[in-house]
Structure formats: C-alpha cells, structure tokens
Design a protein around this ligand. Structure first.
Ligand code: SF4
Length: 374
C-alpha cells in the first residue's frame, strides 16, 4: 500500500477569487498559457456525487455515510454553467465534456445539454459535447440525452467479469446493466462511443484481453476501448507505482492476441495514444499519464461542481469563478479574468512526476477526481 488514507468527513478546496484585469481583454480571442498551450477543452463537473465507490477515485472508507457532499445551493445552476461555457467558447474552447461524480445523477441534465448544444464557436460551428458516465443510468437516459443534443459518450467499464466489476465499483453493481446502457447509447446514435478501463495491476489487469475481445465481437469498430494507467489523483486512493501497469505492457499483452499498429493522433492535445487492430477490428487507445506524460499539449481546463476553475487534474488550488458569476460582473470582466488565469498557467504535473521532480505538485492536498471529473 502507498500513501496513507486520510478519511475526512468533508473536503473543501482552496480557491482564489480571480483578479479582474484593469484593461479588459476583448471577450473572446484565443488564449495561450505560459507553455504556449491553447484552451480547447472544458470539462464541467455537474455533481460531486456518485453511486459507485471505485477505489481509485472514491474509496468507500473516505466517501462513507458521514461524508457531506455539496449542498445543492452551492452547485452552479444550469444557467451559470451555460454562461461560463459561453465565455470559454469565446476564448477558443470547442469541446465540452460533462463529468461528475456521476453526471447522470444530476436531475434534468438534458436541460443543460440543450442549453449547451445551442452555443456556437466564434466561427459558427456546433460544439463537440460529450459526457463521461459509469453507465449505471445510461439505458434509461440515452434517448433523452441524444434528443437534447449530446453527440457522443464515454462509458467507464473496468471489467467484463461480473465479480471483478462489482469489486471495482465496490457497490455490488452488476456489469450487465452497464452493457445494456452501452447498447442503448448505440441504438440512439450516440457515436463514437468510447469505453474507459482503468487498469490496476493485480486487480483487473487480467481483464484487458477479455474486454478487448468483447468490444471487438459485440460492437466492432464503432466503439473504442481505452486503457487508462492508474493515477495518483487526489489524496485518498492509496496510490502506489506497484499497482500501475504501464501502457506499453497493455499494448504488449494485446498485440500478442490481436496484432496492433500505432496510429497518428486525431488532434493535438488528445489524451489517448491510438493503436489499430491489423485485422481491421477497430482501434484502441492508451492513456498514460504516469509513464508517458502528455502535458506538453494539454489544452484542458476543469470547472468544478461549485464553479472553481482548475488548470490541471492534479491541482490543489482553484480559481473561484462562481463569485464572479454570482456577482455584479459583466461577461467582459469574467472573460478577461479567465484570460488572465489561463495566461499564467504552467501546470505539467505528470511531466514533473515522470522526471521524479519532488515539486511535481504544490505539496498541498491534490483535488479529488469526483469533484472535478477525470
Ligand atoms: S497532468 Fe495536468 S497538465 Fe499534465 S496532462 Fe494532466 S491535466 Fe494536463
């Protein structure tokens, strides 16, 4: 076991109220951070709650019955989220990912998706709106999500074997329900569908080939399976390097059964390295934050459930946009504040961790993934 668990009944994160620059930036226009990275991808956490207790994200010991989740009043409303998204889109964001916790637990999420789907880039393009879900409610919600304007979906699925899956989600939730959710998403035309498997050595790595076989046989090339290296996100999952199976080993295991060939990235800033099956059976991806950091072109920002902006998945401090959104600040002022924040960004935690740099993080407690989404 690595870092010790620090059970805390309630966790709150430090966030500074952003400065409004004297000279307001035009409420739009592309931004670049200190490493020249543009802002392209906004991940919006719509709830800090989840109905699973995956040990690598929300271990039951910490997120137990005593844990106090955020009261509804402190969550950004759909109108506040849409306003914030509109300001980010004016700055170059073209992709919105809805996350949680489990986003489908947020009531009437379709209404938010409708509002976001009406937004356009400065060039008049529709946004790429997607959602990451554990799939538990997908069978029931797929149609309404699609009708509201959701384009595609990513489903977390850490095992095909029911016993292993129930152990990973730690709430005894059956894998069959998630598989039916994926079928429903396919039926209503959410595409492409991506399936994310977090690989924990010694826990579910024996499921890599069976899950790959299932995705090839049951869905074919329209569904992309991605393997995520187990990460030291937050400070509660007891992460240690021994439980990380490097992506290179995942690819090696797969290619012995289904020969693979590397593919070019679809776009700069993509998190997954792509591989295709030589027999035309589709493609897979590996997301290797631990062994092959991809901070160099990271163009992602994360908005927490209560409106704190985080510039890295491994950040400790945020920027309190909610105070601006709920205060007497104009769009121009808030857009200018966002511009200033991004302009000063130099986060590259994984790269520094990889270089063994002690100062990879700030030393402050890292934000938990259920609070800002993956
Ligand atoms: S560690 Fe931070 S900077 Fe690096 S890719 Fe992940 S989110 Fe981006």
């Amino acid at each position: 076991m690595g870092e010790t668990f620090i059970p805390l009944a309630d966790l709150r994160y430090a966030a500074d109220v952003p400065r409004i620059p004297e000279t307001a930036l035009p409420p739009g226009g592309l931004l670049a951070d200190r490493l020249g990275r543009p802002l392209r991808d906004l991940r919006i956490s719509v709830t800090d709650r989840c109905n699973f207790r995956c040990s690598y994200c929300m271990p039951k010991e910490v997120f137990d019955k005593a844990y106090r989740f955020l009261p509804h009043s402190s969550l950004l409303s759909f109108e506040e989220i849409t306003r914030a998204a509109r300001l980010f889109v004016a700055h170059g964001v073209s992709k919105l990912r809805l996350t949680g916790g489990e986003p489908l637990l947020r009531k009437n999420l379709e209404l938010l998706i409708e509002q976001l789907a009406a937004l356009r880039t400065p060039e008049g393009e529709a946004l790429d709106i997607t959602l990451t879900t554990n799939g538990s409610l997908l069978e029931r919600k797929a149609e309404a999500l699609r009708a509201a304007g959701l384009r595609r979906v990513t489903v977390s699925l850490d095992a095909l074997d029911d016993t292993v899956f129930r152990r990973m989600n730690d709430v005894d939730f059956p894998v069959a329900d998630v598989l039916r959710g994926i079928d429903a998403a396919l039926r209503v035309g959410l595409a492409p569908i991506k399936i994310n498997m977090v690989v924990k050595r010694g826990t579910n790595d024996h499921e890599i080939v069976p899950l790959a076989r299932h995705v090839r046989d049951a869905y074919g090339p329209g569904v992309i399976l991605r393997f995520i290296e187990y990460m030291d996100v937050g400070a509660t999952n007891g992460w240690c390097m021994d439980e990380v199976l490097p992506s290179a080993a995942v690819v090696q295991r797969l290619t012995e059964v289904f020969p693979l060939q590397p593919l070019q990235p679809n776009a700069s800033g993509e998190t997954a390295a792509r591989w295709r099956y030589l027999d035309g059976g589709g493609e897979i991806g590996v997301i290797s934050s631990v062994t092959q950091a991809f901070c160099r072109d990271c163009n992602r920002a994360r908005l927490s459930t209560e409106g704190k902006l985080f510039l890295c998945l491994f950040a400790s401090r945020g920027h309190d946009l909610r105070t601006l959104l709920r205060g007497a600040y104009s769009d121009e002022q808030i857009a200018a504040a966002i511009g200033l924040i991004w302009g000063e960004r130099e986060d590259r935690y994984s790269e520094l961790r990889g270089a063994g740099a002690a100062a990879a993080g700030s030393g402050e407690r890292r934000v938990e993934m259920h609070y800002i989404g993956g």
